[in-house]
Design a protein around this ligand. Structure first.
Ligand SMILES: Cc1ncc(C[n+]2csc(CCOP(=O)(O)OP(=O)(O)O)c2C)c(N)n1
Ligand SMILES: [Mg+2]
Length: 324
């Protein structure tokens, strides 16, 4: 296990997200932003098993997943800024970050929207006999959507190479998990004949180990697997959320088990020198600064680019074409 690698990914995500919050509040990032702060160990621990040729589907809270599979922080930050140099040329933004070169099949503004994409990618891998695993992340809110059930059923039936990852952070927007689900997650997953495991999301090595065991089975062609990670988001649902549905004390209790701080302490306890951790952190700070500078200095897309890279061919008269 590459312990410093795990810490680096968590640290990169944490600092990226902290900066995004500041930039969003200062009006530099348009739209909505959902931060991954508090959940870093989930992406880092699981996606340490991600290999070239694998695929990833994500959610509206997708920055952490993208960074963990190596999407370039510069291209990501520029995308969040809506600039032409962004990974989607400024058309995707935070909730629709794509990077097919990294197998990243998109953040997704539709709750559970990544699930059918992941199952389809899994089917594609099977048909092409390509090997590879699809990592499919979703939140507890997705448990209430029909496509989750359809996706589990088809993946199990066709033994598709999909690792389903439920990031159970106890809330879907303002609704607590206990208020919205009549079933036990493990019972549901086992009903489809899919192996299930659970991990504590504040412990990156535990997440890594549990994910590793499941990914191995999926890679060997034994069909899908399901990992539920118990986690917590330290920030509001979106930047600006008044957070009336949970108490400050509850948030503080969760913060006491901060996965990034905890792992740093653990590494020091294992004998990793403080200086090594600081050097790693400094190199990450430089990468982040470079990403912000790149985004700020990048041009806006030209209006005519709005009609480029579309899957649907424009037909008929488009009166706006004359205007741009
Ligand atoms: C189909 C659909 N319904 C509702 C929404 C509005 N919405 C956006 S995020 C969200 C909550 C998602 O909660 P969860 O899946 O637990 O993810 P988390 O925000 O906790 O990461 C909702 C209801 C949406 N985007 N898509
Ligand atoms: Mg949730």
């Amino acid at each position: 296990m590459d312990r410093l690698g795990l810490y680096r990914v968590m640290y990169r995500i944490r600092r990226f997200e902290e900066r995004v919050e500041v930039l969003f509040r200062s009006g530099k990032i348009p739209g909505f932003v959902h931060l991954y702060i508090g959940q870093e160990a989930v992406a880092a621990g699981i996606l340490a098993h991600y290999r070239t040729g694998d695929y990833l589907t994500s959610t509206h809270r997708g920055h952490g997943h993208a960074l963990a599979v190596g999407v370039d922080p510069k291209g990501m930050m520029a995308e969040l800024f809506g600039r032409a140099t962004g990974v989607c040329r400024g058309k995707g933004g935070s909730m629709h970050l794509f990077d097919p070169d990294k197998g990243m099949l998109g953040a997704n503004g539709i709750v559970a929207g990544g699930i059918p994409i992941a199952v389809g990618a899994g089917l594609g891998l099977r048909i092409l006999e390509r090997g590879g695993v699809v990592f499919c992340f979703f939140g507890d809110g997705a448990l209430g959507r029909g496509v989750l059930h359809e996706g589990l059923n088809l993946a199990a039936l066709w033994r598709l190479p999909v690792l389903f990852v439920l990031e159970n952070n106890r809330y879907a927007s303002t609704t607590a998990f206990e208020e919205s689900h009549a079933f036990r997650v493990e019972a549901l997953v086992r009903a489809y004949g899919i192996p299930y495991a659970q991990a504590e999301g504040s412990e990156v090595e535990e997440v890594y180990a549990r994910a590793g065991a499941l990914v191995e089975g999926v890679r060997q062609g034994r069909g899908p697997a399901f990992l539920e990670v118990l986690t917590y988001r330290f920030k509001g649902h979106y930047v600006g959320d008044p957070e009336r549905y949970r108490s400050r004390e509850e948030v503080e209790r969760a913060r006491a088990a901060d996965p990034v701080v905890r792992y740093r302490e653990r590494l020091l306890g294992m004998g990793y020198p403080e200086g090594d951790l600081q050097a790693l952190e400094q190199s990450e700070e430089a990468i982040l600064e470079e990403a912000v500078r790149y985004a700020e200095e990048s041009p806006w897309p030209e209006p005519k680019e709005a009609l480029e890279d579309l899957f649907a061919e424009p037909v008929g008269d488009y009166p706006w074409e004359e205007r741009i």
